[in-house]
Design a protein. Structure first.
Length: 274
C-alpha cells in the first residue's frame, strides 16, 4: 500500500467539510420543505405554476451552492493526494503545465486537476483529463484519470486496451476512437489476446513482445481490469475512463502504476527508438 493509504475516504470527508462551510446541509433540508410548501399553495388547475419563477427561484442558489461545494471538494481531494505522496498540486488558474506533450491540447481537451512529482526517480504526474467530441445532443465528454511517467528514452508506440475501450493519447487527439495508421494489432500467447487488444507501431512488434513478458501479461490480466496502458514518445500512461474520488481506488491505481513501471523499466533501453 502506498503512503496515500494513511488517509481514507478523502472525498467523503472533505465533502462534509465544505458542505458545513457553505451551508449546503442546511439548504439540503430547507429547500425540499420550501418546495413542498409551494406545491401545497398550487391550485389543481394552475399548471402554469411549474413554469413560473416562483417554482424555479429556490433551485438557483441550491445548484450554485452544490456546484461550488463540489468543485472545492475536488480541488481539496487532489491537493491531499499530492500531499500524501510528497508531490505538488498545481493551481491551473495561476500556473501552467510544463509538459510539451500536454501542450498540444486543443479547446475540446482540458486538464482540470494536476499534481506532479518524482516516482522512482522518474518525473511523474497524476491528473484528470477530459475530452469532448460532437456537438448539441450528440456532444459527449470523456473523463480519464491518468498517471503519467516521463521515460528516459523514446519508445515505440504501444497500446494495451481492454476489448471494449478506444482512446489513444499518442494520436495527438485527432479523434479519440481513431488509431494512427502506423499501428497494427498483434496477437500474444495464451488468453491474453482474448482479454486485451494490443496495438504496436509497425516494425516494432519485437519490442512489444519484449515489454509483454509472460509475467507482465499475467499481472495485467489480474490487476488491470479497468485500466489501460500506453507507451508513446517518451511517456507511459496508465489511465482509467472515469473520475476517481475514492481513496482506496487511488491507492490501487498508484500501486498498479508502480508495479507496471517496475516490470517494464528493465526493457526500456533495449526497445528504445534510435
Amino acid at each position: 500500500m502506498t503512503q496515500a493509504g494513511i488517509i481514507t475516504n478523502i472525498y467523503k470527508d472533505t465533502l462534509k467539510e465544505f458542505n458545513r462551510k457553505y451551508g449546503f446541509l442546511a439548504y439540503k433540508y430547507i429547500l425540499p420543505i420550501y418546495i413542498v410548501l409551494l406545491f401545497l399553495s398550487w391550485h389543481v388547475d394552475n399548471y402554469v405554476f411549474f413554469a413560473s419563477p416562483t417554482f424555479f427561484i429556490p433551485l438557483v442558489p441550491f445548484f450554485i451552492i452544490y456546484g461550488l461545494s463540489t468543485v472545492k471538494t475536488k480541488n481539496r481531494f487532489y491537493a491531499q493526494v499530492a500531499e500524501a505522496h510528497g508531490w505538488r498540486y498545481l493551481d491551473l488558474k495561476k500556473e501552467t503545465i510544463d509538459d510539451a506533450f500536454l501542450s498540444e491540447r486543443k479547446h475540446t481537451q482540458h486538464i482540470v486537476q494536476y499534481i506532479h512529482g518524482s516516482f522512482h526517480d522518474t518525473k511523474s504526474a497524476y491528473y484528470l483529463y477530459t475530452y469532448t467530441v460532437g456537438s448539441g445532443k450528440h456532444k459527449r465528454t470523456y473523463h480519464f484519470n491518468v498517471l503519467e511517467a516521463t521515460l528516459s528514452v523514446q519508445v515505440p508506440h504501444i497500446l494495451i486496451w481492454d476489448t471494449m475501450h478506444e482512446f489513444v493519447f499518442g494520436n495527438h487527439f485527432i479523434n479519440h476512437s481513431t488509431l494512427p495508421q502506423y499501428m497494427r494489432k498483434i496477437t500474444l500467447e495464451g488468453n491474453f489476446s482474448k482479454e486485451r487488444e494490443v496495438y504496436v507501431e509497425k516494425e516494432y512488434e519485437i519490442e512489444a513482445y519484449q515489454i509483454l513478458t509472460p509475467d507482465t501479461m499475467e499481472y495485467i490480466l489480474h490487476n488491470m481490469d479497468t485500466l489501460h496502458l500506453e507507451l508513446t514518445q517518451n511517456k507511459m500512461f496508465l489511465y482509467t475512463v472515469r473520475e476517481i474520488y475514492i481513496r482506496d481506488e487511488v491507492d490501487s491505481l498508484f500501486d498498479t502504476f508502480e508495479a507496471i513501471y517496475t516490470k517494464i523499466k528493465p526493457s526500456l533501453i533495449s526497445i528504445q527508438k534510435h
